[in-house]
Design a binder for this molecule. Structure first.
Ligand code: ATP
Ligand code: MG
Length: 428
């Protein structure tokens, strides 16, 4: 939405391509708003068929696009393909393919001599067991094409790998078609990196590659796969943050991510920074707004400008303070008490910078297993990152006690997730 709005504000003609397969990524009112503000709005039956999309654009007399972009992980490859086909500015197809395929990504890093993690790409349980034995436990098993946390497992022993393969298909069958459409049968088995998780938004305008901002990521205390929020600035020393930015920019250059803003997730381990994942698109969820709350420039504006071949900042964003957000996510399925006031969240709105909750008395909440299972978000601001995190943690505790539902805990006190804090089979 912010990208569309900024593009309109800066005088562009905007064509909004949409597919019902991705309706789950935004509420109906937001989708409706997007359709209203765009100059052209085209429903595409198969977003992953660029020829069909080009035909649809042509039919709507909207095929004169200067640039094609998507802020959605699921649609970034489609945007790159379409840009190439209609000769518009877009992220390089090779860059998107290298980044989106976790096995290929690690291979590129290996060839470029960039610090990475032990890995193997497998399709069968037997191969996964062999790979894990070679890499050494603990390992993590993830779909090679990503974005399916519920089919991601941390494995501490061979039985965990067997359990992963025993349940993976049933889990996949239960996921939205928009999520599974781009998965294949490959998994990556990867060394489990232990440390503190950060992410960097790296901007590239076709000439320069610039780390814009680094944030610290909150993950679930007993399942590091579940991400529960972020804090900006990262809390790293200036020296370490510069190292992290340089590392993330090197990763983007090696992958061929030439145009766009890229969301690079990196673990700070005892032996240095190690890539977790390079996403060929800007960060999603609550993080862009958390960054924008304290940054001197708007990340969505930078995104549109660089696709439009307008100048982008050649320096990191300047921050006027700290901001932290946490998702409200249930540790197990539960029902909110009937006696809860329907406007229970109002009192928290008064103490946070911003936030939302879309559950009321008597509603069921699901256990958080992936990126789309939270039922609310709170964001706090303060002078320093630790203060913003503490404030966020305190509000979360107060919410938990009011609604009587155990929330997934994160390690907000700047304590990295340690091996001994993780239980066996914590990946599922
Ligand atoms: N090798 C690893 N070592 C430690 N933790 C890892 C590793 N790989 C993944 N993780 C954890 O699992 C999370 C999800 O992994 P990853 O980002 O690769 O998958 P994804 O499903 O594509 O995620 P996203 O929703 O960010 O696109 C990471 O953010 C991190 O917390
Ligand atoms: Mg990720």
């Amino acid at each position: 939405m912010q990208t569309l709005e900024y593009a309109k504000r800066s005088g562009h003609t905007v064509t909004f391509l949409w597919s019902p397969h991705y309706d789950f990524t935004a509420p109906a009112a937001t989708r409706e708003h997007a359709r209203r503000i765009a100059d052209h709005c085209i429903e595409v039956s198969d977003i992953h068929d660029p020829q069909a999309t080009r035909a649809a654009l042509h039919a709507a007399d909207a095929d004169q696009a200067d640039a094609v972009l998507s802020t959605l992980a699921f649609c970034t490859p489609a945007a790159a393909d379409l840009a190439e086909l209609i000769k518009a500015r877009g992220t390089s197809v090779a860059g998107v393919t290298n980044a989106g395929d976790k096995g290929r990504c690690r291979e590129v890093l290996r060839r470029a001599g960039i610090a990475s993690l032990g890995f193997a790409v497998v399709t069968t349980e037997a191969d996964a067991l062999r790979a894990a034995a070679t890499i050494g436990y603990p390992v993590i098993v993830k779909p090679a094409l990503g974005i399916a946390k519920s089919v991601t497992s941390v494995a501490w022993c061979a039985d965990d790998i067997r359990a992963h393969f025993a349940t993976a298909q049933a889990t996949l069958d239960g996921l939205a078609e928009g999520i599974t459409a781009r998965l294949d049968e490959r998994y990556i088995v990867e060394e489990l990196a232990i440390g503190t998780l950060y992410s960097v938004e790296v901007a590239a305008d076709g000439r320069h590659t610039v780390p814009l901002v680094a944030v610290r990521r909150k993950v679930s205390v007993n399942n590091p796969v579940i991400e529960l929020g972020c804090t900006v600035p990262s809390g790293l020393s200036a020296h370490d943050e510069a190292d992290l930015g340089a590392y993330a920019a090197d990763v983007c250059r090696a992958l061929g991510l030439n145009l766009g803003i890229f969301h690079v997730e990196v673990m700070h381990t005892a032996t240095g920074f190690r890539l977790i994942e390079a996403n060929p698109r800007i960060t999603g969820g609550a993080l862009p707004d958390t960054i924008n709350t304290v940054a001197d420039l708007d990340v969505f504006a930078i995104l549109v400008d660089l696709f439009a071949d307008r100048p982008m900042p050649l320096r990191p964003l300047r921050l006027s303070g700290a901001a932290s957000h946490s998702f409200l996510a249930a540790a197990r399925p539960a029902r909110l008490p009937e006696h809860l006031s329907p406007d229970w969240f109002t009192r928290f709105e008064a103490v946070v910078h911003s936030g939302w909750a879309h559950v009321g008395p008597g509603d069921m909440v699901q256990q958080m297993k992936g990126n789309f299972d939270s039922f609310g978000m709170i964001r706090t601001i303060a002078a320093a990152p630790a203060l913003a995190e503490t404030a966020c943690a305190e509000v979360k505790v107060a919410i938990e006690s009011l609604i009587g539902i155990p929330l997934l805990a994160d390690q907000t006190q700047s304590v990295p997730v340690r091996v001994d804090q993780l239980g066996p089979r914590s990946g599922r």
